[in-house]
Ligand binder design. Structure first.
Ligand SMILES: [Zn+2]
Length: 79
């Protein structure tokens, strides 16, 4: 494995969660890069509950234009 994307893994961790992902890969003996190669920032809109991909640091819901929280709030267990 030469690339790890938090999009392709099927869940939505914050890019800040990379150390946990890296540790899991190390335990599994999987070769890994130094970080997410295609890091995406996910936020769930508090108004319309849609999951957004934050692009270029703009924390605005693309669905309803509500502001998105700057803290990660996408729980993969309840998506
Ligand atoms: Zn919204």
């Amino acid at each position: 494995m030469s690339e790890v994307s938090n999009q392709s893994t099927g869940y939505c961790p914050d890019p800040d969660s990379w150390p946990a992902v890296a540790a899991a890969l190390d335990r599994a003996g999987v070769a890994r890069p130094g970080g997410f190669t295609h890091a995406l920032v996910f936020r769930r809109c508090a108004r319309c509950l849609q999951d957004n991909v934050v692009r270029e640091g703009v924390f605005v819901c693309v669905f309803c234009d509500a502001g998105l929280p700057h803290a990660w709030n996408v729980d993969p267990g309840h998506s």
